[in-house]
Design a protein. Structure first.
Length: 361
């Protein structure tokens, strides 16, 4: 437990350091770009510009623009405006921006100008009461820089939130898909074990062959079932193993036709075709007496894979589209192929058929 807490704290600290580093880099790029732009603008507006003087004045304004913009965003907007404390936001904004203008002017007059210019110094009281001069030469530059800064911050925040939302949705879909697979696999395994149990009860000599086939299927479930995609060839191979397992159970009364026309290799979610085939045996061969014919086909071209399963259906077992099997398959398809697949389920002439079309790209 202690080790887990240490690792967690270390991870949080690492993430915080990374966020701080990114914030510093973003702000450095933004403020340097804004400073350079302001320098060129001021230089071009004067008839006989003094580059040295413009540089010093712009640095002094630049410092308070950085302070003001971060104060407005981090304190006023995040703690008051977003909390809907509009009155306090307005009071602190007006008072704070005026105070920043005064401090900026005092900084220039008493600290900066003595270093590069011999202008006479104003009285502190005169600086405080000269509101018009403060407004146009100090307050407005701070507000304009803050407005640009905050606009960029909100655009980046919107982008980050959008990316985070997409990432969360992706992770949620992946977790849900894993949960569906975890639910489907035991369901499939349970039915297969029931089949082997039926063979053992009847004393069939095919039990050993059934266990061998089941071993191959379990190997597929363990090593391929949790993958995002598997090749259609691999899926068809395991379908054939399952069909062979079922043939041992039903002997001569079961006929299975498997047609393959894989013109273009493709990928599908694991167990997708196998789940439909398992459902066909469950509601076709298991619920029907006498000879049973199940038809399975898969065909691919440059764009799509078309998979079909056709099995007999007794009239009293018409609700084959309900239950854990097909419901999970539909949900899995929605997650893997949102608005990109076609699933048709038809019941006619005591036959039940599904046709699944999925994109290969």
């Amino acid at each position: 437990m202690q080790s887990f807490l240490v690792i967690s704290l270390h991870t949080v600290e690492k993430i915080s350091e990374e966020k701080l580093k990114n914030e510093i880099i973003r702000q450095a790029v933004f403020w340097i770009a804004l400073f350079v732009f302001g320098m060129f603008r001021n230089y071009g507006e004067l008839e006989q510009p003094d580059f040295r003087e413009i540089f010093y004045y712009d640095v002094c304004h630049w410092i308070f623009q950085i302070i003001g913009a971060n104060w407005i965003y981090s304190v006023l907007i995040r703690k008051f405006f977003e909390a809907k404390k509009y009155f306090l936001f307005t009071v602190y904004f007006v008072g704070g921006i005026y105070l920043l203008g005064v401090l900026n002017r005092l900084f220039i007059v008493y600290l900066a100008e003595p270093l590069f210019a011999g202008y006479p110094q104003e009285l502190v009281s005169d600086i405080f009461i000269d509101v018009k001069y403060l407004l146009f030469h100090y307050v407005l530059p701070i507000i304009s820089g803050s407005f640009i800064f905050i606009s960029v911050k909100f655009m980046l925040l919107y982008r980050d939130e959008k990316q985070n939302a997409l990432q969360l949705q992706k992770e949620k879909s992946e977790l849900e898909l894993k949960a569906l697979k975890a639910q489907l696999n035991p369901h499939f395994l349970f039915n297969t074990l029931n089949n082997i149990y039926s063979l053992s009860v009847t004393g069939s000599g095919a039990v050993s062959q059934s266990i061998s086939r089941l071993s191959d299927i379990l190997d597929y479930l363990l090593y391929h079932g949790q993958k995002e995609k598997v090749s259609i060839d691999e899926e068809i191979k395991i379908v054939k193993d399952y069909v062979a397992l079922e043939k041992l159970r039903y002997d001569e009364r079961l006929s299975v036709e498997v047609r393959e026309n894989i013109g273009v290799p493709g990928l599908i979610p694991p167990l997708l075709y196998l789940s439909f085939v398992e459902n066909a045996f469950k509601h076709g061969a298991e619920k029907t007496s006498g000879e049973v014919t199940i038809r399975i086909s898969v065909k691919t071209d440059e764009e799509y894979a078309v998979f079909t399963v056709d099995n007999p259906l007794l009239e009293k077992h018409q609700n084959t589209d309900t239950g854990i099997g097909l419901e999970n398959i539909r949900r899995q398809l929605d997650l893997c192929y949102p608005n990109q697949y076609s699933l048709e389920i038809k019941q006619a002439s005591n036959r039940f058929a599904i046709q699944l079309i999925t994109p290969l790209k």
